[in-house]
Design a protein around this ligand. Sequence first.
Ligand code: GLU
Length: 463
Amino acid sequence: MVVTRFAPSPTGYLHIGGLRTALFNYLWARKNSGKFILRIEDTDLSRNSEEATKAILKAFDWVGLEYDGDVAYQSKRFDIYKRYIQKLLDEGKAYYCYMTKEELDALREEQMAKKERPRYDRRYRDFTGTPPKDVKPVVRIKAPLEGEMVFEDGVKGTIAITAEELDDFIIARSDGTPTYNFVVAVDDALMGVTEVIRGDDHLYNTPKQILVYEALGFDIPKFYHVPMICNEQGKKLSKRDGALDVMAYKEMGFLPEALLNFLVRLGWSYGDQEIFSKEEMIELFDPKDINKSASSYNLDKLLWLNSHYIKNSSNERLSKLLEDFGIYLLGHDKREIILDAVKERAKTIKELAEQIKMILEDPREYDEKGVKKAIKGEWKDILKGFEKELQDAQELHLPSDYHKIMEKYLNEKNIGFGKLGQPLRLALVGKLTGPGLDEIMSIIGKEETVKRIEMLIKKFENG
Ligand code: GLU
């Protein structure tokens, strides 16, 4: 069975790079009807926070990546790690090292002076003497003394590390706590993980972890190290570029399916297809197709995808999402007209909310450029005439009713659409952009339309 995992360290929120890693693992597990594990790597008690764990779980919930079983917490597994450290000590595959910090520093300086790579000299590897009394030892694993460690990475190809480069690295600190590379390997093995898909910042941890697998006689999983996400200049993505908390995307008005669709294409592709439902992603994703080069973050593309998913969302769903942005349409009798009028244009739910507010509320101010363009010539008479036309009309409800009355008026007056359209639009929403005038008037109704026309006239009739 395919088993994958996402293993964040709770040192902060879940950012989009992490979410992409999670998504790849999730898709591969689901495609193979396997298991997707969420493991919180919280062994470094000084750097982890419960809040960060909560934030990660919340983000998972929002994007809808379901994991299998309970969340695994490394902080609850110290006994297990201890047992395996002891096993390696008992089997002579690991040993106590009593070197003090001062001794290590001195060794490092000596090596640097000789222009050698600073490294532990393995002085306790075969030590049989009496250990120093006041030193609490660390535990080191025995790395091979010669040859190469070679593994096949599913993205990077063959990775070979010489024995020279592999240290007898520490697996337990002097206070007995296990170290990062040790616990990752033990957990992946015990949890039955078959494929590890993670960021390529972990590529050179992998030989160390393989050492642990080998020493404990565990099966080694397949590794895929995914290149990072860059900004459009090819540099590491910064906060300014969009390397944000996943939940910040919710606050900006993105839909989770748009974000997932965006992320799946960062570093993976299927022909030139851009739009993927979750089901399609599951069907088509294969880690062997992960790109070798870094991918580049493009906000316009994310906005484009988001508007696609907004357009295709039901009005009921949009109404619920809009509540986070202060718009309550669930009981509104014009809900369908309102949403149909704005959902084609909005790139985010936030923008959708702004456009709806713009329709439902009186304009608070009039756009300067719009005023220059629309308040000229016969504008006032044209608006007054149209106002009268509205007053005389019966049964104005639908956008098409308003459309007809505008057309009738323009024909009678024999004027072009802009002559009425521009001042009317300014009166209704305070600027020259926005949804169709017929839709706006139908939503706010005749009385409110007349009121807004009067407001504009009052404000500008004296120049
Ligand atoms: N805990 C590691 C991190 O947050 C990931 C470890 C792994 O995926 O092997 O970067």
